[in-house]
Write a protein of this length. Structure first.
Length: 446
């Protein structure tokens, strides 16, 4: 029952002894008291458990030095901001595609604007190799996320991204697909990207191998294209995002890497080739890319602008000038060996694999005389032009020469010869390894 007195006074009605109050007044009074009590309780909880950023910790972007206002005075976006327990700092640089995954999520959710996350370069704490930075991230890589009370540090881009998505789930977009099946697809695409593309992406910009598990730059580039096709096959038919109608974690993961690939892969086009984006990335991935930069995803365009500016600086510094297949290309004339490899000229082939061809010399200098040649010359007109990029190939040629020599002469000996230049009797300027045997050899040779 509702009694007259304090509640009646709150509602603006005088207390009249013995008068039964109107039911509506009782309900309204009870409701108002409940709302006021809840507001006070929640506000006290926020004040105690979700304090504003400590005044003693400053950042370049400013600091939060005032307590939160009462929750019943906040709008929806402000209410979400009020729930932020502690601000965080993301250490990253604009050119980093791994860090850009986290930045895209931060920008899309407005976490930088709300003060939830500040983006700083690693140089603010000494740089990637400094003791201060490696104490927080022993890998010495980007990105790194720290809470401002130093209670937690998170590194590795996938983990940082998932933390931001989970921690700030009340901010839109959620980056989480709506069904279990779409979430599985989202995880699968992100996993393929991280394990099979990011692990070898250095083949596009690193001076020398290894590139993940690949010793060959060309083979690593081919593998990136193969993995892109796999992702393209998995991508939603309807779109416009990779898993369907809503942006997800996989979109944030792949977009910055696509910025890399669209800038770098055309640099590896060889003589006579023509760059075709749809051929390189496939129709679904091309459609997805166009949507991401159409103006409908402002966070993606912001990341694109940041990365493009940094990549232009890489261009200006001549970063690709000495990189095989980009700045440094094999532009020497084709030789007779190219026609043997293409089978335009017949030869007596002894062995063949994806990297090399072994055939009998048409002018043998011994009963056993084979030539081991690389199928892709890769600038090796002569041995003297070899670099770290050719370690995988030179090792492969010698191993095959060893196997074929043993197979040809059994327990007998054989000689392996590489001629370099005309004075050393090199007549075909496409690196080749001679394997000779079947007769006694003298020393020194001819």
């Amino acid at each position: 029952s509702c009694h007259t007195g304090s509640l009646s006074a709150i509602m603006g009605y005088p207390s009249i002894q013995g008068t039964r109050p109107r039911p509506f007044s009782c309900i309204a009074a009870s409701t108002l008291v409940t709302i006021l009590w809840l507001c006070f309780s929640i506000d006290l909880h926020v004040f105690l458990c979700y304090p504003a950023r400590s005044c003693s910790r400053s950042t370049k972007s400013g600091q939060l030095s005032h307590a939160l206002p009462p929750l019943f005075l906040l709008g929806k976006r402000q209410l979400q901001s009020a729930r932020i327990q502690l601000a965080a700092t993301l250490y990253d640089v604009p050119v980093s595609n791994n860090g850009a995954r986290a930045r895209l999520i931060i920008y899309a959710k407005g976490l930088d604007a709300s003060g939830a996350v500040t983006v700083e370069p690693p140089s603010t704490i000494g740089g990637l190799r400094s003791p201060e930075y490696t104490a927080l991230n022993p890998q010495g890589k980007m990105p790194l996320l720290t809470l401002d009370d130093d209670s937690l540090t998170i590194y590795e881009s996938d983990t940082v991204a998932r933390y931001l998505i989970d921690k700030h789930s009340e901010f839109e977009p959620s980056f989480v697909p709506r069904t279990a099946e779409l979430r599985a697809l989202d995880n699968l695409i992100a996993r393929i990207h991280d394990v099979y593309i990011v692990a070898i992406q250095s083949c596009m910009y690193k001076a020398s191998p290894p590139f993940g598990t690949f010793g060959s730059r060309w083979e690593a580039l081919a593998e990136i294209r193969r993995q892109l096709k796999i992702i393209g096959d998995l991508a939603s038919e309807e779109g416009p995002f990779l898993t369907g109608s809503d942006i997800a974690h996989s979109d944030a993961a792949l977009f910055p890497t696509m910025v890399f690939m669209r800038h770098m892969l055309p640099k590896f086009m060889q003589k006579g080739w023509v760059w075709n984006e749809e051929e390189a990335f496939g129709p679904k991935m091309t459609r997805w890319w166009k949507h991401m930069i159409s103006g409908k995803v402002p966070a993606a365009e912001r990341v694109l602008a940041e990365m493009d500016a940094a990549l232009q600086k890489w261009d200006a510094s001549g970063r690709w000038d000495a990189i095989l297949h980009a700045g440094r290309r094999d532009e020497a004339d084709p030789t007779i060996f190219d026609k043997i490899i293409s089978k335009d000229i017949p030869s007596e082939i002894v062995y063949e694999d994806s990297r090399c061809l072994v055939f009998k010399d048409i002018n043998p200098a011994a009963p056993v005389h084979m030539l081991v040649i690389p199928k892709r010359r890769e600038g090796l007109t002569q041995l003297r032009h070899s670099t770290a990029d050719h370690d995988y190939l030179l090792g492969h040629l010698l191993r095959v020469a060893s196997e074929q020599g043993k197979a040809a002469v059994g327990d007998g000996g054989f000689r392996v010869v590489i001629n370099d230049g005309e004075e050393a009797a090199q007549s075909v300027f496409h690196l080749h390894v001679h394997v000779l045997g079947g007769r006694p050899m003298s020393w020194p040779p001819g």
